[in-house]
Design a protein. Structure first.
Length: 396
């Protein structure tokens, strides 16, 4: 392995920079001392880690880490074992890098901070609190449990979004097939017969001709709209506007809103129970919301908490925070049991998300049936109305 270094001479008058080959970070430092140099900074040259680690892999990593630490294995040796056991290449490389940095004298949370793609802020905050409190095994198991719950909730939200997307795709495909392949057959038939067509049939045939002649431009227009909305979502104002609109959508919006609030409550409870200050916990919770409108509301809550307001009072002034969350947070603050109340809120909202996903599925199925049936009925009537006067057409 190659390492970059900065080192001084015995008098500390000159700084040397360079690189050397060594088996480990410790070996690199030893070789520098043998050269009469005192290392200031030694860092392994590595390819940048790209890509995120799937949550189930990270859950397994944390559970194994907790088991090793609980069995009395030193952190460095536990990380070495985990780097050998990890199946995901990014996680394997991150575990190896964290081990080298801990071996060189960094704290575990500090070493994890060099790999933000793998270890999110919540994990680092809890590990930092555990290093101070000395309960690393308990915190690692708490992290694994939290990540597992987050994965389950994310899958439920994905299901809630997947079904409407499937419904819209089916509708678009059905209408496209009718306009491109079915209606032109009838248009040629009526054109050859010289029939005088009623206005619904003329409108349908005209729509079919427009789609067939301008299909590529329609696709480009939809693609342009998608790219515009995607770019608009990258701006703070655009993200706030679009994410707020998503929360107001019928059927899907309430499910996404409750899922985000459940994530918020569970994340905050986990951090607060782990000994993280409430202000730091709110900062770490912001990235877990997944919604810019909610994140901006949380920023205002954090500002008020920093100024001395209670959490429940600060949340009560934001309409996006659900009343049950505000009420139980107030009860928890008065009883000195905020983390338990937040866990109860998270459990309740996760149950509501379950019911919401089921209601969404049961509601969209009849809607899909009615819409598809209505489209087919309108098309059938428009196409077959001229056939009711078929005898007159044949005589002509």
């Amino acid at each position: 392995m190659r390492f970059l270094y900065e080192a001084t001479d015995e008098r500390g008058e000159r700084v040397y920079r360079g690189s050397l080959e060594a088996e480990s970070l410790r070996e690199a430092r030893r070789r520098l001392r043998e050269m009469g140099l005192y290392p200031l900074r030694v860092e392994r040259v590595r390819r940048p880690i790209r890509g995120r680690v799937p949550l189930p892999e990270l859950v397994l990593f944390m559970e194994e880490f907790a088991t090793l630490v609980g069995a009395g294995v030193p952190v460095v040796q536990a990380l070495h074992t985990l780097s050998l056991e990890a199946r995901h290449p990014v996680l394997k490389e991150a575990a190896r890098g964290v081990r080298e940095r801990v071996e060189a004298g960094e704290g575990l949370a500090q070493a994890m901070g060099h790999y933000p793609e793998v270890f999110p802020p919540l994990v680092r905050a809890l590990v930092a609190a555990a290093e101070v409190g000395g309960a690393l095994e308990v915190v690692l198991r708490r992290i694994a449990e939290y990540l597992d719950k987050s994965h389950d909730l994310r899958e439920k939200v994905r299901t809630a979004l997947l079904y409407p997307s499937f419904v819209v795709t089916v509708l678009v495909l059905v209408v496209s097939v009718l306009l491109i392949f079915v209606i032109p057959v009838f248009a040629r038939l009526y054109g050859a017969a010289g029939a005088e067509l009623p206005w619904p049939t003329r409108l349908l045939i005209g729509t079919s001709l427009f789609v067939r002649h301008n299909g590529i431009w329609l696709l480009l227009a939809f693609l342009g709209l998608y790219l515009f909305l995607r770019q608009f979502h990258q701006t703070p104002g655009g993200a706030r506007l679009l994410d707020g609109f998503i929360l107001r959508l019928p059927l899907v919006g309430p499910v996404l809103h409750r899922a985000a609030m459940a994530r918020f409550a569970r994340t905050l409870a986990t951090l607060y129970e782990g000994g993280v200050l409430i202000t730091q916990a709110l900062e770490a919770t912001r990235d877990t919301l997944g919604n810019a409108a909610l994140a901006e509301a949380l920023d205002r809550v954090l500002e008020r908490v920093v100024r001395g307001e209670s959490l429940s009072a600060a949340m009560a002034r934001e309409p996006l925070f659900l009343p049950i969350l505000v009420r139980l947070a107030l009860v928890g603050e008065e009883a000195g049991d905020l983390d338990r109340m937040l866990y109860q809120v998270a459990f309740h909202l996760e149950r509501e998300v379950d019911y919401g996903v089921k209601r969404l599925s049961s509601s969209i199925e009849p809607i899909l049936t009615v819409v598809l049936g209505g489209i087919i009925l309108v098309v059938a009537l428009a196409l077959y109305l001229p056939l009711f006067d078929l005898s007159r057409i044949l005589r002509r």
